[in-house]
Design a protein around this ligand. Structure first.
Ligand code: ASP
Ligand code: MG
Length: 400
């Protein structure tokens, strides 16, 4: 018995049948003697559809009006879910973000939660109501509605779990947990029993889209243990928690990211301050640089190669061509980043070479390498990406 926060994503409440399915999961939890707070996202593609409707009328609409519009998506799903729970004969109340006490800053469409005023939530729990809360939204100090950025409902759920010191925070989605690789692409991909916050953050950034990044950061900060599981097939999923509480695994997962462009600046004048000039120009335009490689100088020139998001490649080239004379700048968008993530590699020499061996055996050429304490990434040709993931996965994750 305890307080359980359950979050259901858009696909879990996409239609009437799925809403009834969620109502059953929630009421089963309640029947076992728990207090339950449920956070839901907008049904299916509702948020995308609302954005498309706005764009048809005014693609440059004020972001305040965008938030007025987008908060409507979650308003639909909370009321429908409350009706479903009522139909099953349980006491329930739905609350919008502001009614549930979500105070945010005023950055419309990307707001941050400042605090949750818990009085209303606590009062409803004291009355033994199941409380259904609209995810992804809050209110600012001008009493205007705000949204938390795409995928923000995960963060709403974690924030409630942290504010009310919930005993468990379950994130229900359409996959059964976090896997060692994309199970649709890699035969032997395994569901992980557990993963650390840091590993989850790396996997999320690298393209495994199970949990929203900000929600994992918040869970780590407040020590909220998360469970990721499927609403369609509810069995134990993956627990995301502190490293100290679990066994270190050499490799927790293999990912690929095709949203990469490789920009090369060749025959650059080798003068002090040139790297500073280049990267400050890019950062002034909000272009985020990932991996950077600089060659040794020769004959007064050198090469600098770096990666950015694919969409930023052409802009980066344009900015640098305006600024640098006499060198060649090329952008290659046919590349991918393949990475391994695992907290155990810190203390295991030879992890990198094992990864490179797998690539070599598959005859895949590595263009760039970057490492951190819990991650090794390589940049390779995009067409080799799937083969690379499988080969590396096979090397590290034993076949059953
Ligand atoms: N409905 C919002 C979105 O689609 C929030 C969420 O799904 O978490 O981004
Ligand atoms: Mg959604």
């Amino acid at each position: 018995m305890g307080l359980i926060v359950q979050k259901f994503g858009g696909s879990s409440v996409a239609n009437a049948e799925r809403v009834m399915n969620v109502a059953r999961i929630v009421t089963d939890t309640y029947k076992q003697g728990n207090d339950v707070i449920v956070v839901v996202s907008a049904q299916g593609d509702t948020t995308d559809d609302l954005i498309a409707k706005a764009n048809e009328i005014n693609p440059n609409a004020h972001k305040r009006e965008m938030d007025q519009l987008l908060t409507a998506g979650e308003q639909i799903s909370i009321s429908l879910l409350a009706m479903a729970i009522e139909k099953l004969g349980f006491p329930v109340i739905s609350l919008l973000g502001w009614q549930a006490g979500f105070n945010t800053n005023s950055i419309y469409t990307q707001a941050r939660i400042k605090n949750i005023k818990p009085n209303r939530l606590q009062a409803e729990i004291a009355k033994h109501n199941i409380v259904v809360v609209a995810g992804f939204q809050g209110i600012n100090r001008y009493d205007d509605l705000t949204t938390l950025g795409r995928g923000g409902s995960d963060t709403s759920a974690v924030a409630i779990a942290a504010a009310l010191k919930a005993d468990r925070c379950q994130i229900f989605t359409d996959v059964e947990g976090v896997y060692t690789a994309d199970p649709r692409k890699v035969d032997n991909a395994k569901k992980l029993k557990e993963i650390t916050y840091d590993e989850m953050l790396e996997l999320a950034t690298l393209g495994a889209q199970v949990l929203n990044n900000r929600s994992v950061e918040m869970a780590k900060k407040y020590g909220v243990e998360l469970e990721v599981l499927s609403s369609l097939n509810p069995k134990p999923g993956t627990i995301v928690k502190e490293a100290a509480k679990m066994e270190k695994m050499l490799i927790r997962g293999v990912t690929k990211d095709k949203d990469v462009a490789l920009v090369s600046i060749l025959n650059l004048q080798d003068t002090p301050g040139i790297a500073f000039k280049i990267f400050s120009r890019l950062s002034a335009k909000n272009i985020n640089v990932d991996i950077i490689l600089q060659s040794f100088g020769r004959d007064g020139t050198k090469d600098i190669v770096f990666t950015v998001n694919k969409e930023n490649g052409p802009l980066a080239v344009e900015l640098l061509e305006d600024m640098l004379d006499g060198c060649r700048i090329v952008c290659n968008t046919e590349v991918a980043k393949v990475s391994i993530v695992g907290a155990g590699m810190e203390s295991h020499p030879g992890t990198a070479s094992k990864m490179f061996e797998a690539l070599y055996e598959s005859n895949i050429n590595i263009q760039m390498i970057s490492t951190s304490e819990i991650k090794i990434s390589v940049i390779i040709d995009a067409e080799d990406a799937d083969r690379a993931v499988s080969a590396v996965h096979r090397k590290f994750i034993p076949e059953d």
